[in-house]
Design a protein around this ligand. Structure first.
Ligand SMILES: [Zn+2]
Ligand SMILES: [Zn+2]
Length: 92
């Protein structure tokens, strides 16, 4: 399949960097080129392809082995999982 050849050249796919006709086709079909996941609207698809699909999580948590894909998610993770840790560290 031709689309997959284009995608596999780069390990990481940003739909913003796709040739416009390919991205348009992708948007029409609402289908992720890499994992073939379907979306009901192209904005979700775009977000998925830019930030989530088969990407190595980039932002390591300072408190555990968790890695977040985008900084906002890391912040949420730390607040949710490590609020106690954070306050303990502040005390010592
Ligand atoms: Zn995908
Ligand atoms: Zn963590």
């Amino acid at each position: 399949m031709q689309l997959f050849d284009v995608v596999s050249v780069k390990g990481r796919l940003f739909c913003d960097q796709l040739p416009r006709d390919i991205w348009r086709r992708c948007k029409d079909e609402l289908l992720c080129l890499k994992c073939a996941k379907r979306y009901s609207d192209w904005r979700s698809l775009r977000k998925h392809m830019n930030f989530f699909c088969q990407m190595e999580p980039l932002y390591p948590c300072p408190y555990c082995t968790h890695r977040a894909r985008i900084p906002t998610l890391l912040k949420y993770h730390v607040v949710r999982e490590h609020t106690a840790f954070a306050s303990i560290e502040e005390i010592y």
